[in-house]
Design a protein around this ligand. Structure first.
Ligand SMILES: NC(=O)c1ccc[n+]([C@@H]2O[C@H](COP(=O)([O-])OP(=O)(O)OC[C@H]3O[C@@H](n4cnc5c(N)ncnc54)[C@H](O)[C@@H]3O)[C@@H](O)[C@H]2O)c1
Length: 457
């Protein structure tokens, strides 16, 4: 045993020396062996700079302080280790909050691998911290499309049993290749990903059960609305440092995300114009005091544009041609398909980088358009994504959904499931408790009254 341990330590030293060399040579490639109190953790990683780990740990600590519900869940799971030895591969935005989720999965016993859910969304210090803690991580900020795809492949190398995704790129990648019988099931974080999974279910090609984390009340009501509302304003301001009061902000899509974005820009003094395709949502926007019009009209009056639809080519070249000089165009929907950036590049002169995350395009009529974060998700591309407090709720859902899929693997079918109401409610209660807020309970008399039909006027 002692001999084994010494060998292992020697191997560790040797490997560390090699790694140092290769990390220095290649900038970010390395393999480390960490000796922990109980075992060797062989972590594979590919991050921008492992030396950022200490700064990343400080960020993780700051996030943990603001994620009290997830901390309660973690303290329970680290005692029982219900995911002991379970391999989880994740494709999520590598932010400090995701880091807290990765630590929680590890505390529950899982062996975790992660790649980024967007080429621009990784926080390099957090990625380094996770690598140093034995989490397999393949992500850095500003990946090329090729690197992004390769990193997803790397995150799948360890033969995962549970897939945790944001946008369903990981699920889709797995469904385009030979079936892997080791996969038990998965989870999905966002609206766009759930749409893709439902399409797979409808075509009867879905190969394992997936819990739609997005559909939990403790997810979309808070993350999509208040989280994206605040972080999108943050992204636009960080990229432009523009003054908001009096500006006309055009919000495309008045779903959960669009509502939050409109609400927060309005709160800062902007005048809001909403574009929609759904008559109910359009009516709702009107009743919320906003102007509603077609994009072809909105294009002419907007100062700042934010797409939040999950749909394709919502701002097209014909719209951009009629925008005012200086219009700012951005997207906060999951994929970079909502603004026709390819079309813009065809008609506009070579883009000029004005600031980080902001490029100027000169239109044929001489007007200038300012595109933020290349048309990718602006709150993660130009800012840091949602604040920890709101991700506290979303990531309680992620970890408890992964556990639910794993524990119920024998009973679940190849379908998209909503998270069970008891779990959703428990998360809401945990959060309220962390805020020192108590709420009333129905009395028996009230329960009876609310479930009967005979009492009237
Ligand atoms: N930026 C983030 O951090 C973040 C967070 C959560 C969700 N999302 C993403 O944001 C997008 C929207 O999510 P959601 O939860 O609000 O979805 P949702 O379904 O609640 O709302 C989308 C709205 O867009 C409208 N719409 C569709 N096509 C349109 C078009 N061509 N023009 C105008 N409106 C159109 C729909 O009618 C709907 O009301 C998705 O891609 C989702 O994955 C991003």
């Amino acid at each position: 045993m002692e001999e084994k341990r010494e060998n292992a330590l020697e191997m560790g030293k040797e490997k560390k020396a090699q790694d140092k060399e290769s990390a220095e040579e290649k900038g970010r490639r390395a393999v480390i062996l960490l000796f922990t109190r109980i075992s060797f953790v062989d972590a594979m990683y590919d991050v921008k700079d492992i030396k950022l780990a200490e700064q990343g740990k400080l960020q993780l600590g700051w996030a943990e302080m603001h994620m009290p519900a997830l901390m309660v869940v973690r303290s329970e799971l680290e005692k029982s280790k219900p995911l002991k030895g379970v391999k989880v591969s994740a494709c999520l935005h590598v932010t400090k909050e995701t880091g807290v989720l990765m630590r929680t999965l590890k505390a529950a016993g899982a062996i975790v691998s992660i790649a980024a859910a967007n080429p621009l969304s990784t926080q390099d210090d957090v990625a380094a911290a996770l690598a140093s803690e034995g989490i397999n991580i393949f992500a850095w900020k500003d990946e090329t499309q090729k690197e992004y795809d390769e990193n997803i492949e790397k995150a799948l190398k360890n033969g995962p049993q549970v897939i945790m995704d944001d946008g369903s790129d990981l699920h889709a990648t797995l469904h385009k290749r030979k079936k892997d019988p080791r996969i038990i099931g998965g989870t999905e974080e966002t609206t766009t990903g759930v749409i893709r999974l439902r399409a797979m279910e409808k075509e009867k090609v879905l190969r394992y059960p997936v819990v739609a984390v997005n559909n939990a009340s403790t997810k979309y009501l808070f993350d999509n609305r208040y989280g994206t509302g605040q972080s999108t304003v943050d992204g636009v301001i960080r990229a432009t440092n523009i003054f908001i009061p009096g500006k006309v902000v055009v919000v495309a899509g008045y779903g959960w995300v669009g509502r939050g974005v409109a609400m927060r820009f309005h709160g800062m003094g902007a005048r809001i114009v909403v574009t929609e395709v759904d008559p109910f949502k359009a009516l709702e926007a009107v009743h919320d005091s906003f102007e509603v019009m077609k994009m072809e009209q909105a294009a002419k009056v907007g100062d700042i544009f934010v797409t939040a639809t999950g749909d394709l080519n919502v701002i097209r070249v014909e719209h951009m041609r009629s925008m005012k000089d200086g219009a700012i165009v951005s997207n906060t929907g999951h994929f970079d398909v909502e603004i026709d950036v390819t079309g813009l590049r065809k008609i506009a002169k070579e883009p000029k980088r004005i600031r980080e995350h902001m490029q100027e395009y000169k239109m044929p009529n001489g007007n200038r358009i300012y595109l933020l974060a290349e048309g990718r998700i602006v709150n993660l591309g130009a800012a840091e994504g949602h604040p920890s407090e709101v991700m506290d709720l979303s990531f309680c859902n992620q970890v408890l959904s992964a556990l639910y899929v794993y524990e119920n693997r024998k009973d679940l079918q190849n379908k998209v499931y909503s998270i069970p109401k008891e779990i959703d409610e428990r998360i809401a209660y945990l959060k309220l408790k962390s805020m020192n807020i108590g709420i009333d309970k129905l009395t028996q008399e009230q329960k009876d009254y609310l479930s009967q039909w005979s009492h009237g006027t």
